[in-house]
Write a protein that binds this ligand. Sequence first.
Ligand code: IMP
Ligand code: MG
Length: 179
Amino acid sequence: MNNDIERVIYSREDIVQREAELARQICEDYRDKKPIIVSVLTGAILFSIDMLERMDIYAQMDFVDISSFEGGVKSTGKIKLIHDLKNDIKGRNVLVMEDIVDSGRTLKFLMELLADRGAKSIKVCSLLDKPEGRMVDIRADYVGFNVPNEFLVGYGLDYKGFYRNLPYVGVLKPSVYEN
Ligand code: IMP
Ligand code: MG
Protein backbone atom coordinates (compact mmCIF):
# COMPACT_ATOMS: atom_id res chain seq x y z
CA MET A 1 0.00 0.00 0.00
CA ASN A 2 2.86 2.39 0.87
CA ASN A 3 4.25 1.94 -2.64
CA ASP A 4 1.19 3.65 -4.09
CA ILE A 5 2.07 6.91 -2.33
CA GLU A 6 4.04 9.58 -4.17
CA ARG A 7 4.92 11.56 -1.07
CA VAL A 8 3.82 12.05 2.50
CA ILE A 9 2.35 15.48 3.21
CA TYR A 10 1.59 15.17 6.91
CA SER A 11 3.04 12.51 9.14
CA ARG A 12 1.20 11.01 12.08
CA GLU A 13 3.35 13.21 14.37
CA ASP A 14 2.34 16.38 12.47
CA ILE A 15 -1.31 15.38 12.67
CA VAL A 16 -1.27 14.49 16.35
CA GLN A 17 0.42 17.76 17.24
CA ARG A 18 -2.06 19.82 15.26
CA GLU A 19 -4.98 17.87 16.73
CA ALA A 20 -3.82 18.79 20.23
CA GLU A 21 -3.86 22.49 19.30
CA LEU A 22 -7.29 22.28 17.70
CA ALA A 23 -8.73 20.31 20.61
CA ARG A 24 -7.45 22.89 23.08
CA GLN A 25 -9.14 25.68 21.12
CA ILE A 26 -12.40 23.75 20.78
CA CYS A 27 -12.46 22.93 24.49
CA GLU A 28 -12.17 26.62 25.29
CA ASP A 29 -14.89 27.58 22.84
CA TYR A 30 -17.31 24.80 23.87
CA ARG A 31 -16.61 24.61 27.60
CA ASP A 32 -20.24 24.99 28.76
CA LYS A 33 -22.02 24.24 25.49
CA LYS A 34 -22.41 20.46 25.62
CA PRO A 35 -21.94 20.14 21.86
CA ILE A 36 -23.01 17.30 19.61
CA ILE A 37 -20.03 16.29 17.55
CA VAL A 38 -21.28 15.21 14.15
CA SER A 39 -18.70 13.10 12.40
CA VAL A 40 -19.05 12.71 8.65
CA LEU A 41 -18.55 9.06 7.76
CA THR A 42 -16.40 7.46 6.74
CA GLY A 43 -13.44 9.74 6.13
CA ALA A 44 -13.64 11.77 9.34
CA ILE A 45 -13.78 8.84 11.71
CA LEU A 46 -10.08 8.60 12.62
CA PHE A 47 -9.80 12.35 13.08
CA SER A 48 -13.05 12.58 15.09
CA ILE A 49 -12.03 9.89 17.53
CA ASP A 50 -8.59 11.41 17.97
CA MET A 51 -10.17 14.77 18.66
CA LEU A 52 -12.85 13.45 21.01
CA GLU A 53 -10.35 11.74 23.24
CA ARG A 54 -8.41 14.98 23.57
CA MET A 55 -11.44 17.03 24.59
CA ASP A 56 -12.17 17.25 28.30
CA ILE A 57 -15.67 18.65 27.93
CA TYR A 58 -19.21 17.23 27.94
CA ALA A 59 -19.82 16.29 24.33
CA GLN A 60 -21.98 13.75 22.55
CA MET A 61 -21.17 12.03 19.33
CA ASP A 62 -23.31 11.32 16.30
CA PHE A 63 -22.71 10.33 12.69
CA VAL A 64 -23.94 11.15 9.22
CA ASP A 65 -22.87 9.54 6.01
CA ILE A 66 -22.95 11.79 2.99
CA SER A 67 -21.54 10.84 -0.34
CA SER A 68 -20.47 13.01 -3.26
CA PHE A 69 -17.56 11.05 -4.74
CA GLU A 70 -18.91 7.59 -5.55
CA GLY A 71 -15.48 6.05 -5.50
CA GLY A 72 -13.59 8.30 -7.91
CA VAL A 73 -11.15 11.16 -7.52
CA LYS A 74 -13.55 13.94 -8.54
CA SER A 75 -16.69 15.09 -6.75
CA THR A 76 -19.82 14.22 -8.71
CA GLY A 77 -21.71 17.25 -7.43
CA LYS A 78 -24.61 14.99 -6.53
CA ILE A 79 -24.94 14.70 -2.78
CA LYS A 80 -26.67 11.82 -1.05
CA LEU A 81 -27.56 11.35 2.60
CA ILE A 82 -26.78 7.71 3.23
CA HIS A 83 -27.03 7.56 7.02
CA ASP A 84 -28.87 10.05 9.20
CA LEU A 85 -28.25 11.31 12.74
CA LYS A 86 -29.68 9.48 15.74
CA ASN A 87 -30.08 12.60 17.85
CA ASP A 88 -32.52 15.46 17.65
CA ILE A 89 -30.27 18.49 17.23
CA LYS A 90 -32.91 21.17 17.76
CA GLY A 91 -31.46 23.86 20.02
CA ARG A 92 -28.08 22.13 20.19
CA ASN A 93 -24.59 23.39 19.48
CA VAL A 94 -23.36 21.24 16.64
CA LEU A 95 -19.73 20.80 15.71
CA VAL A 96 -19.23 18.98 12.42
CA MET A 97 -16.04 16.97 11.97
CA GLU A 98 -14.84 16.49 8.41
CA ASP A 99 -11.78 14.92 6.86
CA ILE A 100 -11.41 17.45 4.05
CA VAL A 101 -13.31 20.33 2.49
CA ASP A 102 -12.87 20.41 -1.26
CA SER A 103 -15.67 21.88 -3.42
CA GLY A 104 -17.59 22.60 -0.21
CA ARG A 105 -20.77 21.00 -1.57
CA THR A 106 -20.92 18.23 1.03
CA LEU A 107 -20.62 20.71 3.86
CA LYS A 108 -23.11 23.12 2.36
CA PHE A 109 -25.64 20.30 2.07
CA LEU A 110 -25.02 19.20 5.65
CA MET A 111 -25.09 22.70 7.14
CA GLU A 112 -28.41 23.45 5.45
CA LEU A 113 -29.83 20.21 6.79
CA LEU A 114 -28.66 21.01 10.33
CA ALA A 115 -29.98 24.56 10.11
CA ASP A 116 -33.37 23.29 8.89
CA ARG A 117 -33.56 21.05 11.93
CA GLY A 118 -33.07 23.98 14.26
CA ALA A 119 -29.50 23.65 15.51
CA LYS A 120 -28.59 26.52 17.82
CA SER A 121 -25.13 26.87 16.36
CA ILE A 122 -23.22 25.04 13.66
CA LYS A 123 -19.47 25.07 13.27
CA VAL A 124 -17.11 22.93 11.28
CA CYS A 125 -13.78 21.40 12.16
CA SER A 126 -11.89 19.83 9.26
CA LEU A 127 -8.56 18.08 9.35
CA LEU A 128 -7.76 19.32 5.84
CA ASP A 129 -8.91 22.16 3.63
CA LYS A 130 -8.34 22.43 -0.13
CA PRO A 131 -9.21 26.10 -0.75
CA GLU A 132 -8.44 25.87 -4.49
CA GLY A 133 -11.17 23.28 -4.96
CA ARG A 134 -13.94 25.49 -3.61
CA MET A 135 -17.10 25.80 -5.75
CA VAL A 136 -19.52 27.13 -3.12
CA ASP A 137 -19.12 29.72 -0.41
CA ILE A 138 -18.38 27.60 2.65
CA ARG A 139 -15.58 27.73 5.18
CA ALA A 140 -14.51 25.58 8.09
CA ASP A 141 -14.14 27.28 11.47
CA TYR A 142 -11.28 25.06 12.61
CA VAL A 143 -8.80 23.71 10.08
CA GLY A 144 -5.90 21.36 10.67
CA PHE A 145 -3.97 22.06 7.48
CA ASN A 146 -4.49 23.75 4.14
CA VAL A 147 -3.50 21.36 1.37
CA PRO A 148 -2.74 21.73 -2.34
CA ASN A 149 -5.21 20.68 -5.01
CA GLU A 150 -4.02 17.09 -5.34
CA PHE A 151 -5.76 13.83 -4.58
CA LEU A 152 -4.82 12.76 -1.06
CA VAL A 153 -5.29 9.54 0.86
CA GLY A 154 -4.64 8.28 4.37
CA TYR A 155 -5.76 9.09 7.87
CA GLY A 156 -9.36 8.44 6.86
CA LEU A 157 -9.18 9.67 3.26
CA ASP A 158 -9.76 6.98 0.68
CA TYR A 159 -9.56 6.05 -2.93
CA LYS A 160 -12.30 3.50 -3.73
CA GLY A 161 -12.53 2.71 -0.04
CA PHE A 162 -8.84 1.89 0.38
CA TYR A 163 -5.90 3.70 2.01
CA ARG A 164 -7.94 5.04 4.93
CA ASN A 165 -5.72 3.11 7.31
CA LEU A 166 -2.47 4.78 6.28
CA PRO A 167 -1.12 6.53 9.40
CA TYR A 168 -0.31 9.71 7.45
CA VAL A 169 -1.77 11.93 4.73
CA GLY A 170 -0.09 11.49 1.37
CA VAL A 171 -0.46 12.10 -2.35
CA LEU A 172 -1.66 9.07 -4.26
CA LYS A 173 0.43 8.28 -7.34
CA PRO A 174 -1.67 9.30 -10.36
CA SER A 175 -0.72 5.97 -12.00
CA VAL A 176 -2.97 4.28 -9.44
CA TYR A 177 -6.14 5.95 -10.74
CA GLU A 178 -5.19 6.84 -14.32
CA ASN A 179 -5.30 3.29 -15.63
P1 IMP B 1 -16.64 18.38 -1.32
O1 IMP B 1 -18.11 18.16 -1.24
O2 IMP B 1 -16.17 18.55 -2.73
O3 IMP B 1 -16.13 19.46 -0.42
O4 IMP B 1 -15.98 17.02 -0.93
C1 IMP B 1 -15.74 16.67 0.32
C2 IMP B 1 -15.59 15.17 0.42
O5 IMP B 1 -14.92 14.63 -0.71
C3 IMP B 1 -14.76 14.87 1.60
O6 IMP B 1 -15.55 14.59 2.71
C4 IMP B 1 -13.96 13.67 1.15
O7 IMP B 1 -14.64 12.51 1.53
C5 IMP B 1 -13.91 13.75 -0.33
N1 IMP B 1 -12.59 14.27 -0.81
C6 IMP B 1 -12.29 15.52 -1.23
N2 IMP B 1 -10.99 15.62 -1.59
C7 IMP B 1 -10.45 14.41 -1.37
C8 IMP B 1 -9.11 13.87 -1.53
O8 IMP B 1 -8.14 14.54 -1.93
N3 IMP B 1 -8.97 12.57 -1.20
C9 IMP B 1 -9.99 11.78 -0.74
N4 IMP B 1 -11.23 12.24 -0.56
C10 IMP B 1 -11.47 13.55 -0.87
MG1 MG C 1 -16.15 12.77 3.36
